[in-house]
Design a protein around this ligand. Structure first.
Ligand code: TRP
Length: 454
């Protein structure tokens, strides 16, 4: 076990902490996944439910991760080793590192698609194509091998480049530029979308709740989406928490980041649905929403090319500030546990993630028929992480903080040793002791199919 490290890096400013952490949370989960999941599950009613989960469970899990990381000042595995020496809690950390490999592999594959679509936007590749042709274009692209592989490596390279530069000069510096850029692009796209003739139906779809659409399975989808979107359950935020200075307010940071993440998801919906309804397209289009439906809209819309370019830059930026947070989990682990230099650790992590990543990329082409338990490698990784590893990790993390780390340590850490009031601690303790573990256990059992509420 390593002791105090005087040279350990940290985020330099409060805005830097928020930019990096919100950068991790805001990603493909908000802009690609949230709109179609909300669209399929009742729009506004789903959003209300989702918001409830973010506040009641998401923020407490996030705060638990920050607490562990900032107290231990270590990577996710080292943090549990340090706070609970000679006890098996470090297995949560190992599971987190394993989950990081798996998430990064399939997530970077999708992130690569955004670069292809950015390229197609620039060369006007959607022009004059019918909806069917755009669908075929997507299938043809993901069904190929060389282009998706090239874009995968470009995206991995960008991610590794930022991580090599370090916590302050890489992660913090890049997210401080990229996150405001993302917000500006999104606001411009919303203005374009809501001013299209017929946009009103899309707005009311998002803002007028229809509770008859809520079923037991919708509830679980909402909780799963909250986990994925907030980047919780695998130690990304333990790792980032270890870079947060002792003077920062963890409670307000977690609250701000969760609110920013939710706001961006809803704003992404506001950019997408008015346009979808204005062009009379079905809202529940699924995964193809941003890669098939949106190009269809862009090529019919005045000024579509420029908005298309902006949208795919937005998507790429959102993905990049998330991939760096996942790679950092692995790199911090290699640096501290294998005593590697940051550069070497980044190479090793990038190389080993790429092996798994290549298998994910090829899951839509040459390996499409290679199935494990009925899943391609891509969907196996996506499903085991989202439905199994994240909920399980999140559940053990809150149990660890509530029942092992204990109230006094929590009070010390959240009040910065008495300097802050942190009046929310009793409520927080109640949630992480009882509410969150039970709710998460419920989703987990549903996820692995042990209980099935339709
Ligand atoms: N939250 C990101 C998104 O919504 C993805 C992500 C980054 C993530 N780090 C994570 C998901 C850690 C789960 C765990 O796109």
């Amino acid at each position: 076990m390593s002791g105090l490290q005087p040279n350990r890096e940290s985020f330099g400013s409060r805005f830097g902490v928020i930019a990096a952490t919100a950068g991790s949370a805001i990603g493909l989960g908000n802009i690609w996944r949230f709109p179609y999941v909300a669209g399929e599950n009742g729009g506004a009613a789903f959003i209300i439910l989702y918001l409830g989960f973010v506040i009641a469970i998401g923020i407490p899990v996030m705060l638990s991760e920050f607490t562990i990381g900032r107290r231990a000042q270590q990577n996710v595995y080292g943090s549990f080793r340090k706070l609970a020496p000679k006890q098996p809690w470090y297995l949560i950390g190992l599971m987190g590192v394993a989950a990081a490999f798996m998430i990064l592999a399939f997530y970077t594959a999708v992130a690569g698609w955004t670069l292809e679509y950015l390229y197609q936007s620039i060369v006007n590749g959607f022009a004059g194509k019918s909806p069917d042709e755009l669908n075929m274009m997507f299938d043809y692209f993901v069904g190929g091998t060389s282009r998706p592989l090239i874009w995968f490596f470009v995206f991995m390279g960008l991610t590794a480049f930022i991580i090599m530069a370090g916590v302050k000069n890489g992660i913090e510096k890049s997210t401080k530029i990229l996150m405001p850029l993302l917000l500006i692009l999104l606001l411009v796209l919303i203005v374009r979308s809501v001013t299209l003739p017929g946009a009103g139906k899309g707005i009311s779809f998002l803002l007028r709740p229809d509770f008859s659409k809520i079923t037991a399975s919708t509830v679980l989808v909402a909780l799963g989406q909250a986990f994925f979107s907030l980047s919780i359950g695998m130690g990304t935020l333990v790792t980032y928490g270890s870079y947060i200075k002792k003077s920062e307010n963890l409670g307000s940071t977690a609250f701000s980041v969760a609110m920013a993440d939710t706001l961006i998801a809803v704003l992404a919906g506001l950019a997408i649905f008015p346009a979808v309804f204005a062009f009379n397209i079905e809202p529940g289009y699924g995964e193809g929403l941003v890669f098939v439906t949106l190009p269809n809209i862009f090529q019919q819309m005045p000024g579509g090319t420029i908005f298309s370019v902006m949208f795919f830059i937005l998507l790429g930026v959102a993905a990049l500030t998330s991939t760096i947070s996942v790679l950092e989990v692995i790199v911090a682990f290699f640096v501290e546990e294998l005593k590697m230099k940051r550069k070497a650790a980044t190479w090793l992590a990038t190389f080993s993630v790429s092996i798994l990543g290549i298998l994910c990329v090829l899951s839509t082409s040459s390996l499409a028929d290679f199935k494990i338990l009925g899943h391609t490698i891509f969907s196996l990784l996506e499903n085991t992480t989202a439905n199994v590893l994240l909920p399980l990790g999140g559940m053990f993390i809150v149990i660890f903080v509530a029942w092992f780390f204990g109230r006094q340590n929590v009070v010390d850490e959240l009040s910065n040793d008495g300097k802050l009031k942190a009046r929310y601690v009793p409520l927080f303790m109640f949630i992480i002791k009882f509410v969150a573990p039970l709710a998460i256990a419920f989703v987990f059992l549903q996820g692995i199919g042990l209980i099935n509420l339709k």
